[in-house]
Design a protein around this ligand. Structure first.
Ligand SMILES: *Cc1c(COP(=O)(O)O)cnc(C)c1O
Length: 342
């Protein structure tokens, strides 16, 4: 059966590098949304917890429930306002005043500020209204955050957004002080933001996703960091046959054997969340072996008869091949694939 391996030593290497950069383990929030970018939510959460990470971010209430027992705080990044009360260590990202209005009294929140990405968050001129709503609804005001639209690119937008966040920060800090509220955690950097900056300043922590999984998405002109990919995808052999010269394999018969050759079928297909390939050009496995023909929903063919094959242990080349980003390759992998920590 096909499976995924999670390399613990590589994860710990990445987390150590990122914690040092951030100024301590307590200044890293592990972003485990979308099944930990496809790596496996519970497995990755357990490893992060073992390393000493205390805070995590997830996509929704359901994901938060899976890992709530492992962290001091779990931030829910992109869900509808929950109808049920949340456990005390779960916080909800409020992306608008309407959301603040709709939340149950006493909910823990992180207020999202739009500093230029214009995807989510309140605008600067809405801060007073948001603060009034937080008081009125007796929300537990845990944090304030923003998200950078292009921290990994050679662009000054990063500095522009940072300065807008700084301005919002000052206003909100003054409000918190004036109303004798407990200290609020400010946070803004994702992986690229953390790696390109020299200091988090007075941000409480960085929200780290892709770098923890082993990928540096920064433009190559920035300082290089040695990050190590955590996930590898393995397929196992289903059957083996000799393809006679001139015989064709798979849908459309796009591959024709130029001579008699040994080929085998392996148990990963696009139904498992791998990108479908059309067989016009072959796809190289981690060890260089080449695919033969088109990928099916549950299988594909490969030269030789090895019992298993590593399809990739670094998503960078695949991302290029499928014209996407390295985030997408693991994130799409089916949650039902077995995850094995190695
Ligand atoms: C996904 C996400 C992150 C993590 O981004 P990386 O680039 O993977 O580090 C941080 N913050 C928010 C709000 C996100 O949605």
């Amino acid at each position: 059966m096909a499976f995924i391996t999670l390399n613990k030593a590589n994860l710990f290497h990445n987390l150590a590098l990122l914690s040092t950069k951030a100024g301590g383990k307590e200044r890293v929030m592990a972003v485990l949304k979308d099944n930990a970018y496809g790596h496996g939510l519970r497995e990755m959460a357990q490893l992060c917890c073992e390393f000493g990470i205390k805070k995590a971010a997830v996509k929704n209430v359901e994901e938060a429930g899976v890992i709530a027992d492992l962290f001091e705080e779990v931030l829910i990044l992109v869900d509808q306002v929950p109808l049920e009360p949340l456990a005390p260590n779960l916080s909800f990202a409020a992306h608008s005043c309407e959301m603040l209005e709709a939340l149950r009294e006493g909910s823990s929140i992180h207020l999202s500020i739009d500093t230029g990405m214009h995807r989510n968050g309140i605008k600067e001129h809405e801060i007073d209204r948001a603060m009034a709503l937080i008081l009125k609804k007796r929300l537990v005001f845990k944090g304030v955050f923003t998200h950078f639209r292009s921290a990994d690119e050679l662009s000054t937008a990063f500095f522009w957004q940072r300065s807008l966040f700084e301005r919002a920060k000052q206003r909100i800090k003054a409000f918190v002080l004036a109303h004798h509220l407990p200290e609020v955690a400010f946070h803004s950097c994702n992986s690229a933001g953390l790696l390109r900056t020299n200091s988090l300043g007075d941000d409480a922590y960085a929200r780290v996703g892709i770098a923890m999984y082993g990928y540096n998405t920064l433009h190559p002109s920035f300082k290089a960091y040695e990050l190590k990919p955590v996930l590898a995808l393995w397929a196992e052999k289903l059957s083996t046959r000799i393809l006679k010269r001139g015989e064709r394999v798979g849908y459309g018969g796009v591959y024709e054997a130029p001579c008699d050759e040994l080929i085998s079928t392996y148990d990963i297909g696009y139904g498992d969340g791998f990108f479908r390939f059309d067989g016009i050009a072959s796809l190289a496995m981690a060890d260089g072996r080449l695919s033969k023909g088109r990928m099916s929903m549950d299988s594909f063919c490969l030269e030789g008869d090895a019992p298993k094959v590593c399809m990739f242990e670094n998503a960078t080349a695949l991302a290029e091949r499928f014209q996407t980003i390295c985030y997408e390759i693991p994130t799409k992998l089916s949650p039902s694939l077995k995850r094995i920590v190695v």
